[in-house]
Design a protein around this ligand. Structure first.
Ligand SMILES: [Mg+2]
Length: 439
């Protein structure tokens, strides 16, 4: 084969294989209003392989309902090119979703908003899209941000994601250990924040709330404000409060909060809170689909939308969302669920292309001691440098992938679907999912 024939063969963008590998990844005992993170959490690693021998990487939720959709959606890529994404998305609704998997309602205390068939599909499509863009970038010698029109910043700022937490998972539970220690009071939260700044240089702080009564969480944010004067602070109780409680917290913390995140559940209640306070409200719960935008924006219920490329359906949809937010004068930033380095790279690429991103993004990544990459992404000065290598700029460690997949295979099913309430019941057998509003 001549050199030019070889080059054009390597540019054959036809998808010949899509590998789907569920894994279980170590997760510390982080507390939220539903309960506590389980010791291992499921993720799905996607590899899209082209006829030219290029492999692109993607990552999304690994719970059963996503795995069930991943194979039929992935099969729709086979024989098509990695740059044939609009067709894939247009045809996705031909893949049926088990009705039992969607309620059309926000599950009580649910952390990711409304559940719909579309949103489930988009959550899987996002990983396929990212993998296709990674493969396309590698084939063309271009970073993913270039495929999205180019970066407008060289580094993306992230916030320290503070959690109330135990030092360890309950006795008798198989789990990995870490050296963070417990944080169950204001002093513990401040100590955790100090370690975040020392290790990673973060300057914005978000506390996951809804765990303790509001007065205790107000005290923790006050302690943060005293320890880090002038730094942006956020509190996110995942909709655990009534309108009245939300307004009380907003009043007490109004002078130090950058924004209050999902204090209460649903657009009507958020609109009521927004009407009664100057503190901006952010959400990753009442605006999580394009269908929810109109009501929330016209009622001025939210001032910042926290995008998540997983459930919004990928990097291109994230840019569409950012454009709509800009049109309505609504801010945009980024939500995070437990994720690995493939998704952090994807988040960083798309965040680098959004001009109206004026808040540090959230990321759980510092809590994840395990990854499937040969080299972890690094936070420096609270930022991740935007990779300029072709594709996402990350490389899969096959041994690590196999190890984490083996853990998933060996699991008896107890950990294959994230269930924070079940994890809490191990420590407290009387625990039930709290009714909302909890306070
Ligand atoms: Mg949130």
């Amino acid at each position: 084969m001549t050199a030019s024939a070889s080059a054009s063969a390597s540019r054959d963008l036809t998808v010949t294989e899509v590998r789907l590998t569920p894994v279980l990844v170590a997760d510390p005992p982080l507390l939220n209003t539903q309960g506590v993170h389980q010791p291992y959490t499921p993720r799905l690693i996607v590899e899209v392989v082209t006829a030219g021998g290029i492999t692109g990487l993607g990552e999304t939720y690994g719970d059963t309902k996503y795995l069930e959709l991943a194979r039929p959606l992935a099969d729709r890529l086979l024989g098509h090119r990695v740059d044939d994404l609009n067709r894939l998305f247009a045809e996705a609704d031909q893949v049926a979703v088990d009705a039992a998997r969607v309620s059309g309602q926000v599950d009580v205390g649910g952390l990711r908003g409304v559940q719909t068939a579309d949103k489930l599909r988009l959550s899987v499509l996002s990983a396929l899209e990212v993998a296709c863009l990674d493969a396309l970038g590698k084939s063309l010698g271009l970073p993913v941000h270039a495929l999205l029109g180019g970066k407008v910043r060289d580094a993306v700022e992230y916030s320290a994601y503070l959690f109330y937490r135990w030092a360890e998972h309950p006795e008798g539970v198989t789990a990995e250990k870490d050296d963070w220690g417990a944080a169950v009071d204001p002093a513990g939260v401040v100590e955790q924040a100090r370690r975040f700044t020392e290790r990673y240089g973060f300057t914005s702080f978000k506390l996951k709330g809804g765990v303790f009564p509001p007065e205790e969480e107000i005290a923790a944010v006050r302690a943060l404000a005293a320890a880090f004067p002038g730094h942006p602070l956020r509190l996110d109780p995942n909709g655990a409060w009534s309108v009245e409680t939300s307004l009380k917290v907003a009043k007490e913390l109004g002078d130090v909060l950058e924004y209050l995140e999902d204090p209460t559940l649903g657009t009507p209640a958020m609109a009521e809170v927004a009407a009664g306070t100057e503190v901006p409200l952010a959400t990753n719960m009442c605006v999580t689909t394009f269908a929810e935008i109109k009501e929330a924006f016209t009622r001025d219920a939210v001032q910042v939308v926290l995008s998540d490329h997983h459930y919004w359906g990928g990097l291109r949809n994230t840019r569409h969302l950012a454009a709509i937010c800009r049109t309505f004068g609504v801010g945009v930033s980024m939500h995070s669920n437990t994720h690995l380095g493939i998704s952090l790279a994807a988040m960083t690429h798309v965040a680098s292309t959004v001009p109206n991103l004026h808040h540090a993004c959230d990321s759980h990544y510092p809590w994840q001691s395990e990854d499937v990459l040969t080299e972890r992404l690094a936070f420096e000065g609270g930022t991740v440098r935007v990779p300029d290598a072709p594709g996402l700029g990350v490389e899969l460690d096959r041994d690590r992938l196999a190890f984490l997949h083996r853990r998933w295979l060996d699991d008896d099913g107890a950990l294959r679907d994230r269930d924070d309430a079940a994890a809490m019941r191990i420590a407290d057998p009387s625990w039930t999912q709290p009714a909302v509003p909890r306070w």
